[in-house]
Design a protein around this ligand. Structure first.
Ligand code: AMP
Length: 485
């Protein structure tokens, strides 16, 4: 009996993927292609360009990785060291590491090699790796340009280019870097562009890059992941840290991803939770890659219950069945809310997203609800919550500033930030709007911890009572800097 063919999923086999790839897919336990996979894989196998609208969590990585492995392994091409045949450009280091991990997972029965390349780490091991054969290169734009400048990588053999999370790359100011990379690629190649949202800039990029692309779309534009239970507490900014600690204990949350607006806020919150006996770690652009990898690993293996992250640092965090996301502050860019809550409820699992909303964030809330076309359920703060004494109030941060409008600078945007992230310095977590040392509770707050508008809105019932602990996430490790299979 050949275990390989017996275990291969007929649904994946029907897509026409080679047997070693089907075997690797079977090893992962996937039996059914996700909608993006079902649509994208045949299109990529057909060889044309592709424009794919897919949010993170839809299985998009396998959607491009599987057919790419098939195409590369089916073509007989002479390879040279440091001359990749496929280039996958991604916005962040974490995503780079995770995409390359997927390449290795799905390509483990093939004789293809891969390499991940990003900034913030010693470049020498990358030089060394490029002295060997590299079929698939997963890179952030900044470090790739460094290598191009030093002529340590040769992109003249690229048959397939992928821009993954293209919207994020543009948000992070990578457009010029991307154009420089495009300029050195061979003219004849296959191009795949994946993006969660389609701004005019993305459309312009797609128009210049793609030739007669097929388009696939799995989630309606800017649609909130339907399976995520969304609720919010109205709470003064100064009470949020205490309330979060209370909620984690009360609901016995074992694995919570918390988003803060600033790096400083992330540190402070992690400190506070640890002080309260709740293991927590912060990840953001000021942390070294080693510290970030360690924090992520501890979160994944359950030794840290709470991971506090800023938006960009959280990109690419891939944890199956992450049960709980908390928005410690609402993002001022409504699309970021969708990205954030997309960290839970992945691949069809259910998840919950709770937002802590200060009065000064109400305009952000309105923008978000407009975007997702639904009201987020308002839930009264647990009456057992005892707000902190005045002397213990958060004294180092103000609530988010009043609305700055959609044209306002993104907290994580701007060419300089994108550049520095890609080149491995800070990760570009700019903090416009963050002022320190307010010392006051925000103006206009009612009773401590009380909700100003208790009337529930229509929508799914929130988790206003202790949730049953959910199983720990299924995890896998990512090893930045590794290569080959
Ligand atoms: P992605 O959108 O590529 O980040 O993938 C989201 C999650 O879905 C990852 O944890 C994958 O391991 C998982 N996944 C990908 N394809 C499948 C599939 N066909 N069945 C179940 N889970 C999948």
């Amino acid at each position: 009996m050949t275990t390989e063919t017996v275990s291969a999923s007929p649904a994946f086999a029907a897509l026409g993927l080679a047997e070693p790839i089907l075997r690797a897919v079977a090893d992962t336990g996937y039996t059914t292609p996700t909608p993006i996979q079902a649509q994208a894989i045949p299109q990529v196998l057909a060889g044309g360009d592709l424009l794919a609208a897919a949010q993170t969590g839809t299985g998009k990585t396998a959607g491009f990785t599987l057919p790419i492995l098939h195409l590369l392994s089916s073509r007989k091409v002479e390879t040279r060291p440091g001359r990749p045949r496929c280039l996958i450009l991604v916005p962040t280091r974490e995503l780079a590491a995770q995409v390359e991990e997927s390449v290795k997972t799905y390509g483990k029965h093939l004789p293809l090699t891969s390499m991940v390349m990003f900034g913030g780490v010693n470049i020498n091991p990358q030089f060394k790796a490029l002295k060997s054969r590299v079929d698939i290169l997963v890179a952030t734009p900044g470090r790739l340009l460094d290598h191009l400048g030093q002529k340590t990588v040769d992109l003249s053999g690229v048959e397939i280019l992928v821009l993954d999370e293209a919207d994020r790359m543009l948000d992070m100011g990578f457009i010029r870097d991307i154009k420089k990379v495009l300029a050195v690629l061979p003219k004849t190649r296959q191009n795949l562009l994946f993006s969660a949202t389609f701004s005019d800039e993305i459309r312009a990029l797609a128009n210049g890059l793609l030739h007669n692309p097929k388009s696939v779309e799995v989630a309606r534009r800017n649609t909130t992941v339907e399976v995520v239970e969304q609720s919010l507490h109205r709470v003064p900014q100064a009470h949020k840290r205490d309330l979060l600690a209370h909620l984690i204990k009360r609901h016995d949350w074992q694995q919570v991803l918390v988003f803060t607006r600033t790096k400083h806020g992330a540190n402070k919150l992690a400190e506070k939770l640890n002080k309260d006996g709740i293991t927590a770690a912060a990840i953001h652009g000021n942390k070294s890659q080693a510290a970030r990898t360690k924090a992520l690993a501890s979160f994944k293996d359950g030794s840290v219950r709470v991971l506090v992250a800023t938006d960009i640092a959280a990109r690419g965090i891939d944890i199956d069945q992450l049960p709980q996301v908390v928005n410690f502050e609402l993002p001022n860019v409504p699309e970021d809310y969708v990205h954030r809550i997309g960290r839970t409820g992945r691949a069809g699992a259910t998840g919950a997203a709770l937002s802590l909303v200060d009065d000064e964030e109400l305009s952000y809330l309105r923008d978000i609800e407009k975007l997702i076309k639904r009201a987020i359920v308002r839930v009264e703060v647990d009456p057992d919550f005892v707000p902190p004494a005045k002397a213990d109030l958060m004294s180092d941060e103000r609530p988010p500033r009043p609305p700055q409008g959609r044209g306002a600078p993104r907290q994580n945007s701007g060419p300089r930030q994108g550049q520095s992230q890609g080149r491995g310095q800070s990760q570009g977590q700019g903090q416009p709007g963050n002022r320190s040392a307010s010392g006051r509770a925000p103006q206009g707050q009612g009773k401590p911890g009380a909700t100003a508008k208790p009337a529930p809105r229509p929508g799914p019932q929130p988790a206003a009572h202790p949730r049953k602990p959910r199983p720990q996430a299924a995890l896998f490790s990512s090893k930045p800097g590794s290569r080959g299979h």
